[in-house]
Design a binder for this molecule. Structure first.
Ligand code: NI
Length: 136
């Protein structure tokens, strides 16, 4: 295991009580693990927000495959030379709707750009991008 450093944190009792209540509900075994996750989450969000660094994640979209030429445009965007799309999983939900989970990887700016372009296509009803960085 990587070396760890212990440090003290001062908190108001009420804030600590609410924190303990929350992490127990979430299933954390101790405060250290919960605080580690909170710090990682902030660092990931900072990378994504500052648009600097490499990220990996998923883009989930729901679209009507019969709307215009959405299927063609989706494929075209995913095949473009600088595409950050590494893999996709496609589920036919019903006669019209498709759910697609795209694994995206690359510079955060490129990943966000392609996610926005895909979400903006006519026929795409829902899009949710979730990113992570291994540098934290
Ligand atoms: Ni489909």
């Amino acid at each position: 295991m990587e070396r760890v450093i212990r440090f003290g944190v001062s908190l108001e009792p009420e804030l600590l009580r609410r924190f303990d209540e929350l992490i127990e509900k979430k299933g954390y075994i101790n405060r250290s693990e919960a605080i580690r996750d909170l710090i990682r989450k902030e660092l990931v969000e900072s990378t994504v927000h500052e648009k600097k660094g490499k990220v990996i994640g998923t883009l989930t979209i729901v679209y009507d495959h019969e709307a215009g030429d959405v299927t063609h445009k989706l494929l075209h965007l995913q095949h473009s030379r600088h595409s950050a799309v590494r893999s996709t999983m496609h589920i036919h939900l019903d006669e019209h709707n498709c759910l697609e989970v795209l694994v995206v990887e690359g510079d955060v700016e490129d990943v966000k750009q392609i996610a926005e372009n895909l979400k903006a296509l006519k026929g795409v009803k829902y899009g949710e991008l979730s990113l992570f960085t291994l540098s934290v």
